[in-house]
Design a protein around this ligand. Structure first.
Ligand SMILES: CC(C)(COP(=O)(O)OP(=O)(O)OC[C@H]1O[C@@H](n2cnc3c(N)ncnc32)[C@H](O)[C@@H]1O)[C@@H](O)C(=O)NCCC(=O)NCCS
Ligand SMILES: Nc1ncnc2c1ncn2[C@@H]1O[C@H](COP(=O)(O)OP(=O)(O)OP(=O)(O)O)[C@@H](O)[C@H]1O
Length: 197
């Protein structure tokens, strides 16, 4: 049985970067956002149920994120209906990944881990964190969203301090070297526990 380590944190806090460090140290990594992309692509399991509910959101056999975003901007209840369909499919994809994982530690990168109540299914949880101004600067530097959109996403997510308080481990992502040393420490604690068990 693989050790299930949840990895979470708010938008732009460094989840993907930290997940890569875990992968380099021999962990298997599953990425919730990547799973959603697979589910929305041609032949993905979310295409048919979303086509039934939001016909305009499916184009050329795949779910269009732009179309979904414009539906959500007109009516926020669309997001709730979308989550009701997508979250169980994501949970199944995750369960399948865990079942076939041969690594001692499997990292589950889940932006909405606490918001979706998934922490109970993890053996431990890591939260990545950086100061709010650093978070904002990182997200806006990507050039993929406006400040208003960023604020709206941040407002929808559980506050960073609450996430960190609920996590078993916190990784401060102020530099790559610092993040790496914290990940090494976390993994050695977990692996020691597995070895001693
Ligand atoms: C709304 C959609 C179409 C926006 O797509 P887009 O490519 O523009 O953004 P992306 O998915 O990269 O998300 C941007 C940021 O918002 C966060 N975010 C996404 N969905 C949500 C949500 N339901 N609640 C809070 N934050 C969210 C992401 O974690 C990320 O940090 C898309 O996020 C979606 O289909 N969401 C519903 C499925 C879901 O809840 N996914 C989250 C992982 S399970
Ligand atoms: N430890 C770190 N030191 C310095 N910069 C970092 C660190 N971790 C992440 N960053 C930078 O912060 C930005 C966001 O990182 P990343 O994409 O890993 O965040 P994320 O939490 O996965 O984002 P999202 O929630 O949007 O998917 C990137 O530009 C990345 O280079």
């Amino acid at each position: 049985m693989t050790f299930k380590l949840g990895l979470t944190g708010s938008i732009g806090m460094g989840k993907s970067t930290t997940a890569k460090i875990f992968a380099d140290l021999g962990c298997a990594v599953w990425d919730a956002d990547a799973a959603v992309h697979r589910l929305y692509s041609k032949g993905g399991a979310a295409v048919a149920p979303l086509a039934d509910l939001f016909p305009t959101a499916v184009q050329d056999g795949a779910v269009s994120r732009d179309a979904l975003k414009s539906l959500i901007s007109e009516d926020l209840s669309v997001l709730r209906a979308l989550e009701k369909i997508v979250h169980p499919l994501v949970a199944q994809d995750r369960a399948d990944f865990i079942a076939q994982s041969e690594a001692d530690v499997t990292v589950l990168d889940i932006p909405l881990l606490f918001e979706t109540g998934s922490e109970g299914t993890m053996n431990a949880v890591v939260c990545v964190s950086a100061p709010p101004d650093v978070q904002e600067a990182r997200v806006l530097a990507r050039g993929t969203m406006t400040k208003d959109t960023f604020e709206a996403i941040r407002a929808k997510q559980m506050p960073n301090d609450d996430k960190c308080a609920r996590a078993d481990y916190v990784v401060i992502t102020d530099s790559l070297d610092h993040a790496k040393s914290q990940v090494e420490m976390i993994l050695s604690t977990i692996r020691k526990g597995l070895h001693d068990a």
